[in-house]
Design a protein around this ligand. Structure first.
Ligand code: HPA
Length: 258
């Protein structure tokens, strides 16, 4: 932690965790320092190719942000504390708001690839729980309703389509079966992925306000007869990335003082 504190150019107000393929966000910001996680002693690093592992201290307008690029998934390490590390870093540096993002499959039949979903709540199917003592106490909404409204209003103002829904997290790494997706649909899940829920439980128990955004990159198994076409997915991911970065930058500027 001291290694990070030593290089931090400012106290961040807002922490941003970027999901798979969404790393372009900081490119449009003015960044004061970018730390490589490989150079930070004890920092868990991702084994997934293409996951960089960076901590970027950047400003969006007047807002001081710390963005984590390249997250470690639970299925990679089998270690809950490794995936919670960035949240502990963000809280220790003073961030009071967490904006957490992910790539997800659309379970809700009305969702199409390219949609951005504001997470209203989640279902934790990972079989893991957050080890923080406070996390097991009674709690209110994990995803801050005021932040969801701000994100929705901002999206309307800049003409970006957003939907709301429940995110269901599976342990992975294999994708779901059609029967599993049908189950998630019946119990109220709108999107499915392999991250986010434990980080959000910890952030909330540490008193952070949380906004969660899923990028719907594909229709989940069994909800479409179309065969997954890699080129199509790449094109969608690219389009989502641009819309997503635009939305994220505007939302961060509109967030309440942390
Ligand atoms: N399932 C699980 N995780 C995912 C998916 C999916 O369909 N798409 C992106 N992440």
């Amino acid at each position: 932690m001291e290694a990070i504190q030593e290089h931090a150019p400012f106290r961040p107000e807002i922490a941003v965790v970027l999901g798979s393929g969404l790393g372009g966000f900081t490119e449009s910001l003015s960044c004061n320092a970018v730390l490589q996680t490989a150079s930070i002693p004890g920092y868990p690093h991702s084994t997934v190719e293409g996951h960089k592992g960076e901590l970027a201290f950047c400003t969006a307008g007047l807002r001081r942000t710390l963005t984590f690029r390249g997250r470690v998934h639970f299925y990679e390490s089998g270690n809950v504390n490794a995936i919670l590390f960035p949240i502990r870093v963000a809280a220790a540096l003073g961030a009071r708001i967490l904006v957490i993002t992910n790539a997800a499959g659309g379970v809700n039949r009305t969702f199409v690839p390219g949609d951005l979903m504001l997470i209203s709540d989640h279902i934790n199917f990972t079989g893991e729980t957050c080890p923080e003592p406070g996390a097991s106490k009674s709690r209110g909404a994990l995803y801050d309703p005021q932040l969801i409204r701000i994100a929705e209003n901002t999206a309307n103002q800049i003409g970006v389509r957003v939907v709301r829904g429940v995110y269901a997290a599976m342990k992975g790494p294999s994708y779901e079966t059609a029967a599993e997706i049908e189950m998630i649909h019946r119990i109220g899940g709108d999107a499915v992925g392999m991250s986010t829920v434990l980080e959000v439980a910890l952030a909330s128990s540490l008193g952070m306000r949380v906004l969660g955004i899923s990028c719907i990159t594909n229709k989940a198994t069994g909800t479409s007869s179309a065969k997954l076409n890699h080129e199509e997915v790449t094109v969608v991911a690219h389009q989502v990335r641009e819309q997503f970065s635009r939305l994220l930058t505007h939302v961060i500027k509109a967030l309440p003082p942390a």
